[in-house]
Design a protein around this ligand. Structure first.
Ligand SMILES: Cc1ncc(COP(=O)(O)O)c(C=O)c1O
Length: 394
């Protein structure tokens, strides 16, 4: 009897969702490394292009391997539609430009990954889009920023790098009352621990480079949402501007999804242990982790996240101390990526957030002593030993 994949639990969706077998009956999904497709006749090509007949046309539009990745991720997210892109940043860029025109206004949380901030504060205004940055945790600030021409809201939650958490449902209500769409970057929470569409968001974006690959290999991104909004906002934009994800990267990410739930849960267990050791160390002035009761938005986390995730941030008081810590690590690598099987730590002020003006960094509390750490799959005992020793040296 045929099963409806929508009835499957998450683990089954991740392993089997979107699978489209070729006539060979392969167990591992096929990698269709082809740019274009042959038609049986000129008439068949005409029907394919007109949309009268379904089928693939060109890799910039769609590809069978990429489609499997999109369908699997859509099934996990509970979205009607997913379009994959070549990186997380191409997903953020397309997600916003597809909703906005010259003369429109965008409101965004101000705690953002450096490149997201650059698109919003520097790039979109060049095309006549007005933008306002607000404290994403303050619902009145969103409400007060609304203008008659506000068409989109954007936020990261938890935000990069200090894990600020925004109340997604309440912000969605403000957006919808203003006639605007809410776009949520769900990278830090992962699709395992937070479902922005269920909370009221219209569009979700991912850097699949992070946990979805999770093994440091490829870049990728995704935009997800309702079919009608996705079609009208993104179909032509993605076809004609070409940020398509390569079939090879799609295949790697499709296989990454199979182990996503296992990896993210184990990484989160490890992160809780590392956070406990970091929080108890005398050199640490402040720690932020979504699994701690002293997180400033702990009540919001309890409401909208089902797990704390694998990223933590801590303040060592000065750039010198932060760098001494990083340079003393023996197992954990110094790297700006996150979500990887390998534990990685970075100094955001001089890496991921260096393009953010200093005054903006200070507004989000990012002083030079902060370190951001993404906890991986190594033994938690080894990680705690490495981090504790490096903190002693800080
Ligand atoms: C929150 C967030 N969004 C988007 C991105 C961009 O993703 P990518 O590097 O895949 O373009 C990153 C990190 O790079 C990120 O941390």
């Amino acid at each position: 009897m045929a099963e409806d994949p929508k009835d499957w639990d998450v683990e089954t969706r991740l392993v089997r969702g979107g699978m489209a077998r070729s006539p060979h009956g392969e167990i591992s999904e096929a990698l269709f490394l082809t740019q274009s497709f042959a038609y049986e006749s000129a008439g068949a090509a005409d029907r394919r292009f007109s949309g009268e007949e379904p089928g693939f046309i060109y890799q910039r539009f769609a590809n069978p391997t990429t489609q499997m990745f999109e369908d699997r991720l859509a099934l996990l997210e509970g979205a009607e539609m997913c379009k994959a892109t070549a990186s997380g940043m191409s997903a953020v860029h397309a997600a916003l430009t597809g909703l906005l025109r010259a003369g429109d206004h965008l409101i965004s949380g101000r705690a953002l990954f450096g490149s997201c901030r650059w698109i919003i504060a520097e790039w979109l205004p060049r095309f006549g889009v007005e933008t306002t940055l607000v404290d994403a945790t303050d619902i009145d600030a969103w409400r007060a920023a609304v203008r008659p021409n506000t068409k989109a809201f954007f936020l990261e939650s938890p935000a990069n790098p200090l894990l600020e958490v925004a109340p997604i449902g309440a912000i969605a209500e403000v957006a919808h009352a203003a006639g605007a769409k809410l776009v949520v970057d769900n990278v830090f929470a992962t699709p395992i621990f937070q479902k922005p569409l269920v909370l009221g968001a219209d569009i979700v974006v991912y850097s699949a480079t992070k946990h979805i690959d999770g093994q440091g290999r490829v870049l990728g991104g995704a935009i997800l949402g309702g079919a009608e909004l996705m079609q009208e906002s993104y179909r032509d934009l993605l076809r004609h501007t070409g940020p398509a994800l390569s079939p090879f990267n799609s295949w790697v990410l499709l296989k990454g999804l199979e182990t996503l739930d296992l990896r993210v849960r184990r990484q989160t267990d490890n992160a809780a242990k590392v956070a406990e050791a970091v929080g108890a160390h005398g050199k640490v002035k402040k720690i932020i982790y979504c699994g701690r009761r002293d997180h400033p938005q702990a009540a919001v986390i309890a409401n909208q996240m089902t797990g704390a995730g694998n990223v933590l941030a801590f303040d060592l008081g000065s750039q010198e101390a932060a760098w001494r810590f990083l340079d003393a690590l023996a197992i954990v690598d110094i790297s700006n990526n996150l979500g990887d099987a390998k534990s990685l730590a970075t100094h955001p002020s001089t890496t991921t957030h260096r393009s953010m003006p200093e005054e903006e960094r200070l507004k989000i509390g990012l002083t030079p002593g902060w370190v951001r750490m993404s906890v991986g799959l190594e033994s938690p005992r080894d990680l705690v030993r490495d981090v504790s020793r490096a903190l002693d040296a800080a």
